[in-house]
Design a protein. Structure first.
Lengths: 268, 779, 157
């Protein structure tokens, strides 16, 4: 790992100021993507700005139809939170399946969303749950947030502070893990907002996306069979060692059907 | 000896206390004053000419001490890394060995091949300097795929083709004739997937040189430090053996990958003298993926002939084995003598012929990985038998039973050179069928179907040749070293015992089992027996641990040394008791004559303080023995796998696994069960998860745990393991070896279960979800 | 940079470069070599330690991130004369062979039990997802964790 300057700012404003002034800075959150990349010398930022402890980025609050989660909330905290369990059990389930226990003890929701790894879990939830991504300077609708491979609407120095999820009547997340890395080969969240269904998909393409035809079919009838012939999202499906584009596309349908089945069975 | 610690007791391991408290001493845990750090320069290309290596900029990095290239090692006369087993082609010619310099000189031949070493004051500086080395490569077209390598243009300059050898065993004409006459012939094309061993401790080396006496010391992750010393001395010619001490401290798993003499420890040792500083090198995992010797990688066509009754009449096997870019230490022997000789399996197949084309490719060298040749042989035999059973409408268990060598047939001469000494294959099959509830399989299959899943069951009745090996036979077949083992027992003046073995433990628990053996044999309390291994400075000689040989060969050496202790002790005791030696018996740690009794402790004291002592006897009570086995040992067993397949996703779940193995006598059943569990998980990994894949450019696409799928805790079930016992007839312990059985038997059983569930033979390892999904859809 | 942290109950004040990983701090500076490094992609889990009681991979935590916190390594869990129940269970159940992954496996297993979730064969296997063992096939590790789980719960009562 190349040398860098480490900063632990005491306010969000200070963090952003540090970022603006540094040569090639990076924000450090859970570090579970950034640090391995640096260890392998694939990234060499000049300055690391640690976001831990910034009060603007912490806390979980359920307020009516919105569940607001601070960006620095670690996956394990999401999974264990009674607020999340109560308002959005599907999100707690999703968090419980991110990486492994050690990863969940470090990785954060904001870090995951800011990184926008095509195989990360949270992006599927952000889209399915019509999340609003709040930053140090604005609000971004999840639908406008994911732009491409590791590409988001965030400016270089922009920091996610909170994620506000719309609370659906029912939701479920189904993931088909990459057998080696345990990232999502495909992950699908289906959320039912009193008859209006949203479907968020991760792993399938360069970044998370929704599935309009799935949503229409499920909004008409919330049953796995509704997806038998529904059109897949119009994306370039990823293809790698573990899943070709064709197989991934198939898995998207199967995972969506399984999530739907769980909702329909009333278990979620 | 006490039932709690003697032979057959599940004694808790004494080595565990240091490991569970973090007090182990693995190579990278060790540090010596003044040590510098080494980082290897590795080829980014599968095949390229090295035009120039410019280190000027690298040496400007603060803390950089030296950069060595292949030119430097060659100029200094450093020898090539040798292959220790000379295989001859069917026409009698010697195998073609491509020169294997420790650092590539003019051409690199696989991604990750070292072509230089950077030494610096710190690891960070070494890495930084390595990045500043400017190497000018000229890319050449690589040869990657196993099946097509022989026909491709030669990867090595000066060689005519990529064929290292064209080897055969067995009577081809008789086999062909029997196949022609067979009532039914089953034909199968099989691939044995390339595996990457992945001991969790990466390889490491810490080398020192003492200019005052010219002595080198190398601490390294080795399964056989004496062989390492022998090769570094006799072949690479770093230093004569008496000036080179190799220590393998705690070693974090090997599975074969740490048998071999690699470039890294070789060059680090050499460089320690050049730089005048101790040098430490520890592989990063990405280096392990690229540069540890890989395993398997066969492409095979096999044909099995059966008569009307279902008896096997002939087996013909043709295999292309990928040897990688160079012949690794034992790479040549794995797809030949450790493979072809096992193709009789547990069966009375009268005609067998095997032909192996060993080919060079621009991939990492391939060598022994847990099982080494025997899993490949088992996969061929057990897959084709399962297919034959299906084709001819026979029960796969019964077809096997019909053809098995019967207990009264031993010793049994196979058509492929080996003589099996003993066994009872029917007994292990019967037990496995019971434990697997074979009778209830139909019901379980129906239950799975009701849940929308397919269920399959598969068998594998494997045999292995272990206890490597009778030296003369091995040398006759091309081995460059003997394969005996040494053991030394020192009864100290106070009666405690220090045991020195040339075998090496890197997880197998020798410090416990070998102490059990000696304590039992000499009647000395278990806690009074200490086992020393892994240090050429303390142990006279040894050939290390691989091929499930430690107990059968190394343990037997200790029995022989113990016998000498007892013999000498008997003479001392007889003198002390004024009795005839013939009248003295040794029982439970005491010499007894009539009503007189002397403990070993008392006799040992007399041996070192020879006040009342036989005049014609040397003082002291220390004996050594070299045990050379007269035959291989033949562990065998029956493995039954049951899988459930999710039709929607193609995911195969290993639902149940039963292994019944015959290892002969068992010294420590707890350790034996653990060895089997571990082998089974590796076999399950091969069958369902693991695959070392190179792309067409020769880049390793499974070069990290992000893509190379290691079995994790939730990938495997609890295993049902049990044993049957037919003692080995030719070693004093009656033991056969248990280290590899799990990995040998299980892949075939699991794939047989998958193919049973899917109703097609056309599944290659690993049976990944996508592959299975495609087969289910006829894609 | 200056760093103050507690390791195995002992307070340390150290001067470390900012790019020091916790794994390197423990192994190279504090010579606590029971924490091992087995990969470079945060997958194998051999470097698992406790940070304020939670298991983390020390190869993916900067030493700087442990400022003011408490780190527990295998050396702080128990000694040969005074084994933690999880250590004892690993030995009793033969849950280790080469021992390289073992310290990390023990630390993760302790956290798993202490988290209070219901333990059975499946949950233990899933709970150990982040720790790769190449020797044991996990069979006896699962047995050890279930055994120690009972002992630890007994102790807690």
């Amino acid at each position: 790992m190349n040398p860098f300057n480490y900063h632990k700012p005491s306010s969000l404003a200070a963090a952003v100021a540090l970022h603006r002034d540094a040569e090639d800075p990076a924000y450090l959150s859970g570090g579970h993507t950034l640090l391995p990349t640096m260890t392998q010398r694939l990234a060499a930022p000049s300055d690391l700005i640690d976001l831990e402890g910034l009060t603007e980025l912490t806390g979980i609050a359920a307020q009516g139809s919105v569940l607001s989660i601070g960006a620095f909330t670690r996956h394990a905290e999401v999974a264990a939170s009674s607020e999340v369990r109560g308002a959005l059990p599907a999100l707690a389930d999703l968090a419980e399946g991110v990486g492994d226990a050690q990863v969940r003890n470090r990785g954060t929701m904001g870090g995951s969303l800011a990184n926008s790894d095509p195989a990360a879990d949270y992006p599927a939830a952000a889209l399915a749950l019509n999340a609003v991504i709040r930053t140090d300077r604005r609000e971004i609708a999840a639908d406008d947030y994911f732009r491409g491979l590791f590409e988001t609407a965030l400016a270089e120095d922009e920091v996610i502070t909170r994620i506000d999820f719309a609370v659906p009547s029912r939701a479920a997340y189904e993931k088909f893990p990459n057998p080696a890395s345990r990232y999502a080969t495909v992950g699908v969240m289906v959320a039912d907002f009193r008859g209006a269904v949203r479907v968020g998909i991760t792993g399938a393409g360069p970044c998370a996306c929704r599935a309009p035809a799935f949503e229409a079919a499920l909004s008409a009838r919330l049953a796995p069979a509704s997806l038998d012939d529904a059109e897949l999202p119009a994306i370039d499906f990823n293809s790698d060692l573990h899943a070709s584009a064709e197989y991934r596309a198939h898995l998207v349908r199967v995972m969506a059907q399984r999530a739907t089945a769980r909702i329909a069975a009333g278990t979620d | 000896m006490s039932a709690e610690t003697g032979i057959g007791a599940a004694v808790k391991r004494r080595e565990d206390l240091r490991f569970i408290t973090g007090q182990g001493n693995y190579t990278d845990d060790l540090n010596v004053p003044g040590q510098a750090y080494g980082v290897f320069l590795r080829s980014p290309y599968a095949r390229a000419r090295i035009n120039a290596v410019d280190a000027a900029d690298a040496l400007q990095v603060e803390g950089a001490l030296a950069v060595f290239t292949g030119q430097d090692t060659a100029a200094d006369g450093l020898g090539d890394l040798p292959c220790g087993w000379l295989v001859k082609s069917r026409d009698g010619s010697d195998m073609v060995s491509a020169p294997h310099p420790p650092l590539a000189v003019s051409q690199v031949n696989y991604v990750g091949e070292p072509y230089g070493l950077v030494v610096a004051e710190s690891l960070a500086a070494a890495r930084q300097a390595a990045e500043r080395v400017d190497a000018d490569f000229e890319e050449l077209t690589p040869v990657v795929a196993t099946a097509r390598a022989a026909q491709a243009s030669p990867i090595h300059q000066g060689l005519e083709d990529n064929l290292a050898y064209d080897w055969e065993l067995g009577d081809e004409a008789a086999t062909d004739a029997a196949l022609s006459a067979a009532v039914h012939v089953t034909r199968l094309d099989l691939t044995n997937n390339r595996l990457i061993p992945n001991a969790i401790e990466p390889r490491a080396a810490l080398a020192t040189f003492d200019p005052t006496n010219g002595e080198y010391q190398l601490r390294t992750t080795s399964q056989n430090p004496h062989l390492e010393r022998l090769v570094l001395s006799a072949f690479v010619q770093i230093a004569p053996e008496h000036k080179l001490r190799v220590v393998a401290p705690d070693v974090g798993g090997g599975f074969g990958s740490k048998i071999f003499v690699y470039a890294e420890e070789t060059v680090v040792t050499w460089a320690a003298a050049k730089v005048g500083r101790p040098i430490k090198w520890t592989a990063q995992r990405s280096e392990s993926f690229l540069a540890d010797a890989h395993g398997r990688d066969h492409v095979t066509h096999a044909e099995l002939g059966l008569d009307e009754a279902g008896r096997f009449t002939a087996l013909k096997v043709s295999t292309t084995a990928n040897l990688g870019a160079y012949l690794s230490t034992f790479g040549s022997s794995v797809p030949t003598y450790l493979y072809g000789t096992l193709l009789a399996g547990q069966y009375k197949t009268p005609n067998i012929h095997v032909r192996t084309h060993g080919v060079y490719t621009n991939t990492a060298p391939v060598d022994a990985y847990r099982g080494a040749g025997r899993p490949e042989a088992t996969f061929v035999v057990e897959r084709i038998i399962e297919a034959a059973a299906r084709e001819t409408g026979r029960d796969p268990a019964e077809l096997r039973r019909l053809n098995m060598i019967a207990p009264e047939d031993f010793p049994y001469q196979t058509p492929v050179a080996l003589v099996y000494d003993t066994g009872n294959y029917q007994a292990s099959l019967d037990k496995a069928l019971r434990l697997a509830d074979y009778a209830g399989f139909g019901q379980r299959r129906a239950a799975s179907q009701a849940a929308g899943k397919r269920r399959g069951i598969g068998f594998s009745c494997y045999i292995e040749a272990c206890g490597l090996a009778p030296s003369q036979l091995a040398i006759q077949l091309g081995a460059g070293v003997g394969l005996y083992e040494s053991g030394e027992i020192r009864v100290n003046p106070t009666g405690s015992v220090t045991v020195f073995t040339g075998s090496h433990s890197h997880g197998q628990g020798h410090e416990t089992t070998f102490a059990q053996v000696v304590s039992d044999k000499l009647g000395v309390p278990f806690d009074d027996v200490e086992v020393v291994h892994g240090d050429t400075g303390r142990v006279e000689f040894g050939l290390g641990t691989y091929g499930s040989r430690s107990l059968a060969v190394g343990g037997s050496a200790l029995i022989c040394a113990s016998d000498k202790i007892i013999a000498k002790g008997t003479r001392i005791a007889a003198h002390m008791m004024q009795a005839e030696p013939d009248s003295v018996a040794f029982e439970a740690g005491a010499f007894i004559s009539g009503n007189q009794r002397l403990t070993l402790q008392e006799v040992a004291f007399a041996a070192y303080v020879p006040a009342d002592y036989p005049p014609d006897l040397e003082p002291g009570l220390s004996e050594k023995a070299f045990y050379d086995p007269e035959n291989f040992t033949y562990p065998a067993g029956a493995h039954i796998a049951e899988v459930e397949v999710d039709e929607a996703t193609g995911v195969v779940q290993l639902a149940n696994f039963v292994a019944v193995d015959d290892f002969g006598h068992v010294i420590n059943p707890m350790i034996v069960d653990g060895q089997v569990h571990g082998g089974l998980a590796q076999g399950a990994g091969q069958a369902l998860l693991e695959h070392g894949i190179y792309d067409a450019d020769g880049q390793l696409t499974t070069g990290s745990y992000m893509d190379y799928c290691m079995p994790r805790a939730d990938d495997v079930p609890d295993f049902t393991v049990d044993t049957t016992v037919t003692p080995c007839t030719h070693n004093p312990l009656g033991v056969k070896g248990c280290g590899e059985a799990g990995a040998i038997g299980s892949p075939a059983a699991i794939i047989n279960a998958v193919t049973d569930a899917l109703g097609t033979e056309d599944i290659t390892m690993p049976a990944t979800p996508e592959q299975v999904w495609r087969k289910l859809r006829g894609l | 940079m200056n760093l103050s942290l507690t390791v195995n109950g002992v307070e340390h004040s150290l001067d470390v470069p900012a790019n020091t990983l916790l794994a390197d701090l423990l192994r190279s500076q504090l010579r606590l070599t029971g924490t091992h490094v087995g990969c470079d992609t945060s997958q194998c889990g051999a470097c698992t330690v406790h940070l304020d009681g939670r298991s983390v991979k020390a190869c993916t935590v900067l030493a700087a991130q442990t400022q003011g916190r408490a780190v527990t390594t295998i050396e702080g869990i128990g000694s040969p004369d005074d084994l933690h129940p999880m250590q004892a269970a690993f030995r009793d159940c033969h849950a280790l062979q080469c021992g390289f992954c073992t310290p990390a496996m023990i630390l993760r297993a302790i956290e798993l039990v202490e988290s209070g979730s219901a333990l059975d064969n499946r949950t233990v296997r899933e709970g150990l997802e982040g720790n790769i063992c190449r020797c044991t096939g996990y069979h006896n590790i699962v047995k050890a964790v279930l055994t120690a789980g009972e002992a630890m719960q007994e102790q807690a009562r």
